[in-house]
Design a protein around this ligand. Structure first.
Ligand SMILES: [Zn+2]
Length: 446
């Protein structure tokens, strides 16, 4: 193993051990620990480092290598330092031990996304040490609070310190993994050019209270809610073959039959219901549909009381161009005559976002990918969850999710490790991504 791999492995292990667990409360996360770590790692290479801490403990760090030409495009490498909570019972290793086992680093955040936060920092420091003098400015941002709503991280920075985080191009999580596609011409590495929106809502189902000993023909809110849940779970919204999906399928260079199928709304649906690879099935489905996941149900007050009110929460993810009224129309379709019996309250409404793929950065990513994985090329894809990229796209910046991973971890394992058990990353992927960021910076900023 080279010194570079040791360096990124070590930094990743320390980030994992810092355990900046974000449970959504303002006092969780405590990313300041990793800000201190990153600052001490980056210091000493003559870099300009700034810290931002909107509330105690919720810190972010920005380091810059100033460009020589103010007109030249600038690039920001952004990695979040927080992670989601774990249930250690489901893990084979200590989730915060950062153990290196058989060439893999284990721990919460190894995939999402401390691996990239570490490899970006190592690439950045290496460029600084080499005396890299770019035309356009290169920025590194280690950002807090991605795993909640970005309130103390990307949202705060883009609202209050826009000049500090403004760049023409932003790279963040997460692309460059090998998808199980039968491409006719070499591996196709996804670059995330957009992400779905989130419409979270509360659905209140009302009934009439009564005595639990005489349930016949009562107006039981819980029984009604069960039917509401069933209808939402079984609802099949229209399949949408949108632009990013079309360009993904075209770029993947698939056997003709398969490409035709993935561009045909009817066939896409039956593909995702029948294909064996469950990770692929879920991904294809989520990329081409609005999704509805009932996630929370609260109701009832006492065993012997017929409940008069039940509250259901649904996690709905929208496609580009969809708005709250489109989602409500879909819910009306799903619930049929029950729609009139419920009240819907929106909890969060974050529209989908996308950046153009016709940019110099796109070409740069393609060249760097090809150089490190001969025969590979990049294809556009869409993240079905949410990342900090959305805050920057809303301010008019081009933001992609990128990276470069080895083929050691299968796509099914890769996608199940986000917020899942036994999160781990192989050192070959750490090497690839560290070299990738370096090549990208040199190619774009020159
Ligand atoms: Zn993440």
């Amino acid at each position: 193993m080279t010194a570079l791999v040791d360096e990124v492995t070590d930094l990743l292990q320390q980030l994992i051990r810092n355990a900046c667990v974000n449970d959504g409360t303002p006092e969780s996360g405590q990313e300041q620990r990793s800000v201190d770590l990153l600052a001490s790692y980056l210091e000493g290479s003559g870099l300009d480092i700034e810290r931002y801490e909107p509330v105690a403990g919720r810190g972010s760090l920005i380091a810059r290598i100033e460009g020589s030409d103010p007109q030249a495009p600038s690039l920001m490498l952004m990695g979040h330092t927080d992670v989601v909570p774990v249930n250690p019972d489901g893990w084979k290793r200590d989730p915060f031990g950062g153990e290196l086992v058989d060439g893999e680093v284990w721990g919460r955040g190894a995939i999402d996304m401390l691996n990239e936060t570490a490899s970006m920092a190592v690439a950045f420091r290496k460029l600084a040490d080499e005396g890299f003098t770019p035309k356009g400015t290169l920025i590194y941002l280690g950002v807090a609070d991605e795993e909640a709503l970005g309130t103390y991280g990307a949202e705060w920075l883009t609202e209050h310190e826009l000049d500090a985080v403004r760049a023409d191009y932003i790279l963040t999580e997460s692309g460059g993994f090998q998808m199980p596609l039968p491409s006719r011409s070499g591996p196709k590495m996804p670059v995330m050019v957009g992400e779905k929106g989130a419409y979270w809502c509360k659905i209140r189902v009302n009934g009439t209270p009564g005595h639990g000993s005489m349930p016949l023909r009562t107006d039981n809110a819980l029984v009604k809610a069960a039917e509401v849940v069933r209808r939402i779970a079984e609802y099949q919204p229209e399949t949408q073959i949108h632009d990013v999906w079309r360009r993904f399928v075209e770029g993947a260079d698939l056997p003709e039959e398969m490409a035709r199928m993935l561009l045909d709304p009817q066939a896409v649906r039956s593909f995702s219901q029948s294909v064996e690879d469950i990770g692929l099935a879920r991904m294809v489905h989520a990329c081409t549909h609005t999704t509805f996941a009932p996630t929370i149900l609260h109701g009832g007050v006492k065993t012997n009381v017929i409940p008069d009110s039940v509250e259901l929460q649904v996690d709905i993810r929208t496609l580009p161009g969809q708005r709250a009224e489109d989602v409500r129309a879909q819910l009306a379709e799903a619930l049929g005559e029950l729609f009139g019996a419920v009240e819907i309250e929106g909890l969060a409404d974050d529209e989908a976002s996308a950046s153009s793929m016709d940019t110099p950065l796109w070409e740069t990513l393609n060249r760097a990918t090809r150089q490190l994985v001969p025969g590979a090329s990049t294809i556009p894809f869409m993240i079905v969850g949410a990342t900090d990229a959305r805050f920057f796209r809303r301010k008019g910046m081009t933001a992609y999710g990128a990276g470069l991973f080895s083929d050691r971890i299968s796509f099914a394992d890769f996608s199940s490790m986000f917020h899942g058990n036994n999160e781990r990353i192989d050192q070959e992927s750490l090497r690839l991504s560290t070299e990738f960021w370096g090549l990208v910076a040199k190619d774009l900023l020159g």
